[in-house]
Design a binder for this molecule. Sequence first.
Ligand SMILES: Nc1ncnc2c1ncn2[C@@H]1O[C@H](COP(=O)(O)OP(=O)(O)OP(=O)(O)O)[C@@H](O)[C@H]1O
Ligand SMILES: O=c1ccn([C@@H]2O[C@H](COP(=O)(O)O)[C@@H](O)[C@H]2O)c(=O)[nH]1
Length: 250
Amino acid sequence: MQSMCKRETEPHLVGNPVYTWRNILLGLSEVHCLSRQTTSETTGCMFLNRILRGVQSLIMASKYNIVFVLGGPGAGKGTQCSKIVDKFGFIHLSAGDLLREERAKPGSEYGELIENHIKNGTIVPVEITCSLLERAMKDSGKMDFLIDGFPRNQNNLEGWNKEMGEKVNLKFVLFFNCPLEVCTQRCLDRGAAGSGRSDDNLESLKKRFDTYMNATMPIIEHYEEQDLVRKIDATRSPDEVFEDVEKLFS
Ligand SMILES: Nc1ncnc2c1ncn2[C@@H]1O[C@H](COP(=O)(O)OP(=O)(O)OP(=O)(O)O)[C@@H](O)[C@H]1O
Ligand SMILES: O=c1ccn([C@@H]2O[C@H](COP(=O)(O)O)[C@@H](O)[C@H]2O)c(=O)[nH]1
């Protein structure tokens, strides 16, 4: 049977609502035609597949698109995220920033707990971080997010998957690889320049690196096994690093 109309089948259009509805309607109209003609089972399957692809595309279109951004403290995650936002229009959600905002709210139920974790470089329970992230995603009214500094340990990963797994499409994990000494110097310089962060000091940094090596690296390895990690050499200048980053978003 001749195709009634040219349809888009390019993979990059999957998730595009116009593509989705167009393919569903075309698939349905073709099934309708088929029911009035004698034709082979194979052709029928082809059109059913088209409908299924349309439905799948519709489901993808209704999910949030996520890129997790990971790397050691001071690796340059926030710096690169703002460049991605400027060029590619994602919404940047830093889990650390959301926790600091929550900590600063007068009368916050979690303020003290968050401050203790931040000073000690340990990880806030996922229920708190995940609900801050989900609320920020909903409030933004947008669909494309860079989630910076999360998930940081097994508890984060499991809690996120349970609460958000079905609601998101994880595109990839952007991993800024940077040696401890370079990261430490950047955080100390940031502290000296007046970041006001209670953890930009040598004592907290030692603990943050400990957590990074023991709790966060296994999460990066977990995503590596799924071939989702895009590793970037973060030791170079911000512009040089971004040259590699932008290729992943183009
Ligand atoms: N490529 C770079 N070269 C030199 N300095 C950098 C580079 N990228 C960022 N910096 C500087 O290093 C410091 C840390 O950068 P940034 O805040 O982006 O890192 P981060 O990974 O988000 O840190 P954290 O995890 O502690 O929030 C900042 O003062 C920033 O200006
Ligand atoms: O998912 C998260 C993210 C951050 N934290 C705590 O905040 C500090 C600072 O995080 P930055 O990403 O460096 O801004 C981090 O050391 C943790 O204590 C967290 O618990 N969970």
